[in-house]
Design a protein around this ligand. Sequence first.
Ligand SMILES: NC(=O)c1ccc[n+]([C@@H]2O[C@H](COP(=O)([O-])OP(=O)(O)OC[C@H]3O[C@@H](n4cnc5c(N)ncnc54)[C@H](O)[C@@H]3O)[C@@H](O)[C@H]2O)c1
Length: 669
Amino acid sequence: MRTATMTFKEQILEGIPSQLPNAKPYDVTINHAPKRKAILSPEEQRLALRNALRYFEPKHHAELLSEFKNELESYGRIYMHRFRPDYNMYARPIDDYPAKSKQAAAIMLMIQNNLDHAVAQHPHELITYGGNGAVFQNWAQYRLTMKYLAEMTNEQTLVMYSGHPMGLFPSHKEAPRVVVTNGMMIPNYSKPDDWEKFNALGVTQYGQMTAGSYMYIGPQGIVHGTTITVLNGFRKIKKEPKGNLFVTSGLGGMSGAQPKAGNIAGCITVCAEVNPKITQVRLDQGWIDEKITDLDALVARVKKAKTNKETVSLAYLGNVVEVWEKFDETNIHIDLGSDQTSLHNPWAGGYYPVGLSFEDANEMMANHPELFKEKVQASLRRQAEAINKHTAKGTYFFDYGNAFLLEASRAGADVISDNPTLGREFKYPSYVQDIMGPMCFDYGFGPFRWVCASGKPEDLEKTDAIACKVLEDIKANSPKEIQQQMADNIQWIKGAQENKLVVGSQARILYADAEGRMKIAKAFNDAIANKEIGYIVLGRDHHDVSGTDSPYRETSNIYDGSSFTADMAIHNVIGDSFRGATWVSIHNGGGVGWGEVINGGFGMVLDGSNDAERRLKSMLFWDVNNGIARRSWARNEEANFAIKRAMEVEPNLQITMPNNVDDNLLNTL
Ligand SMILES: NC(=O)c1ccc[n+]([C@@H]2O[C@H](COP(=O)([O-])OP(=O)(O)OC[C@H]3O[C@@H](n4cnc5c(N)ncnc54)[C@H](O)[C@@H]3O)[C@@H](O)[C@H]2O)c1
């Protein structure tokens, strides 16, 4: 009743209300996070409750204590559901936010976008994507943070400890408005169960890549990245996508982008998925063209598509192992092959073993976990055997960063290289080792993105046109080494409006190198100064050239041993923060899991000012070239080429270059 009479701005400024809002019923229409495992001892549970109650005045403790205890027992976490705001959660136009700093208002917009019900996976648990990628740990943190952002000036910096707003500290207008850390642990306390325990205690969170840095923009990012991977995969094998076949699996959160990306790239995609509900969602959404439930029908349909050189995406409702085996028996040639089952989570629903129905598998994993594990491992051995038969006939197979090769090897499948070397342990490469690393990241191409803070679709259309023009101008004078990347992104941005990729805020992504990112950003800033468009928020995915140190993904094509270090990601965020970022973030675990990766990112608000122009030039140059320099030092030829070009453009850039040792000399040892 009380909040019904308050405006949106008043509710933001209220922060944590001094009068308790009514308790909220559990909304069964919402997609909720799974119950987390009960990991706390009775003494630790008391500590978790003590920690949660410190957000509230003592007069409320008695009432909240039993409620929070109940949440901890029911969900494994204390989300403080009662404090979820009553207003709708979505990115409002920037001027709708109560704020003394427009930079802070832009961050509020981004936070609300990451919690929008159309965008977030488990919005009531403050989870944006990836099952546990959190923006905040609880609703008290959300409320406090929004209040701080509303009250802060450009002479202050908000300090965020894993979702908890530690407070506002005096700084200056060139400093970031917000500095975010997520899941930063003492290295020896960074195992998956450490996350379970310390997250349940309310002292840390898993921010994924972009959830905890407020930079997630819906499925568009993954569609773009997958399109680039499929296009470059076909290039790797020197084939046109048209009329050629890509076989993979998974129609889930990220994997569901594969058939849409295959269509944009122009190939025939066969994607197997065991879950009927998920398959239907992708069909209804238009991300797959046809659903096929019978293997013979699938074979006939693929033959027809090959003969007619169709661009088409076919979902096979069934196990991917059956597809690999059937296509081998019937001599269907697969040009490009991969797998996107969730093998980072093999025993609890990430991978469904062949030979069991979907229902039986679900029953077995809950009630007979040891037997289920055996079935998964036997299935992986069968899948690898079928894949090996295809690769012997010329299929190019790559691991999609889902731990397929890792789990298959643990299951005893024949996937180990005949000549294993550091970083090349398996028969097949990962998508970053052969495709994204050498073709994109080493040249500085990565997932640059922007959000139109006005919320107007017209602004997005104008920025698409501006970005396209900039890329075309750059391409006219680009060296041959990067012509293809430029062309791909021009084609992408030209089709972006038609592909209807916006979910949530008016956002766009494309891959650009340092020159492209700087020139596009400068052109946006000019357009804002000329009042052609409103403010723009720049950012990127953490899955980029410089932002992420991850030995089995982003930095898996680094072979000097430094892929197990995290200096690059740490330098990245420190460097961005004193070169003009509006906010910076550094995370533990984004993408591949807690303890396996360190990744960082930034957000930058463009307001058309000269200050913004200075900042964008300084920060974007560093943000890309830091990673290229490191990749070059690791002796990656493409990065060597790119950093030399950067030094020619910017005389103040001086990079230590590696000298190569003659193998014959080493062989004398
Ligand atoms: N797309 C990318 O760019 C990218 C990058 C890096 C890593 N990944 C990895 O890809 C994996 C998938 O991510 P997601 O978000 O789509 O996960 P998800 O769990 O939402 O989807 C995986 C899907 O695979 C299906 N599946 C499982 N076993 C199967 C089988 N044997 N046959 C057919 N279908 C089966 C599941 O039903 C599920 O729908 C993750 O491990 C993720 O880390 C993706």
